[in-house]
Design a protein around this ligand. Sequence first.
Ligand code: NAP
Length: 268
Amino acid sequence: MTVRIAVTGAAGRMGRILIEAVSQNDACELTAAIERPESSLIGADAGELAGLGKNGVVIVGDVNSVINDFDVLIDFTVPAATLANAKACGAAGKGMVIGTTGFNAEQKKELDAAIAPIAICQASNFSTGVNLCFKLLDMAARVLGDDVDIEIVEAHHRHKIDAPSGTALSMGQVVADALGRDLEKVAVYGREGQTGARDRETIGFATVRAGDIVGDHTVMFCADGERVEITHKASSRMSFARGAVRAAAWVSAQAAGRYDMQDVLGLK
Ligand code: NAP
């Protein structure tokens, strides 16, 4: 049976490419598209917006007006919008794929409550390669242990509004978990001035924002005399979009619960 997909943030960088990715997945069909109510693109054809030609799906300004038209909502927007959508989907029993990053602690709590009745897949990065890197990072951290300094460097395009990236934070979390460290206590976000010598326990994050970089991440494990670097470079947003659509098809068949891309890919 074809899974009916809605894409919100339809006019965004990810939204447009998600519409294209849904059209390329035989298991899925785009049946709704949503944008900000104030958007000048309300009423436009979603297929045309994505450069695919008309597909008959009209962009609307409120998820509730199309709530019966889809099985799973794919949401790559902003935290406040995702929270409102989670409440609507939670109340209506619709699944969600959440790619939005940058939730604060309060918003994370609100999201947990809203999604309790439904199946959702949330990931800071939906690409298969990055999810494989999470596995490799866990292995590297366990083997290299406390004998190395760990630093995470990420680079993204100039329009990105949160830092460090959700993916960099997830990478830090994987490494911290493997080493039994509390990321909140050991994370160091950028350095400046008289920092003093480095504490081995810390996990450093450095951020680059420039041009049209889609997303680069490197985790460095540095010892005296050698270092291991695990790097992922995304060259197209299609890598995230394909993964998100795959996750949507998978989520549609799951019982209520919170899942991530490792579940979808069978990496757990
Ligand atoms: P973007 O181009 O700014 O797209 C966000 C879209 O959401 C915009 O079109 C925005 O409209 C729209 N929007 C805002 N409020 C809305 C609402 N209430 N209802 C419906 N649409 C709304 O950003 P992006 O680069 O696509 O990234 C979006 C999010 O996905 C970010 O949090 C980013 O970090 C994340 N992301 C995650 C992954 C992953 O794999 N997990 C990959 C890439 C990006 P306006 O522009 O009119 O405000």
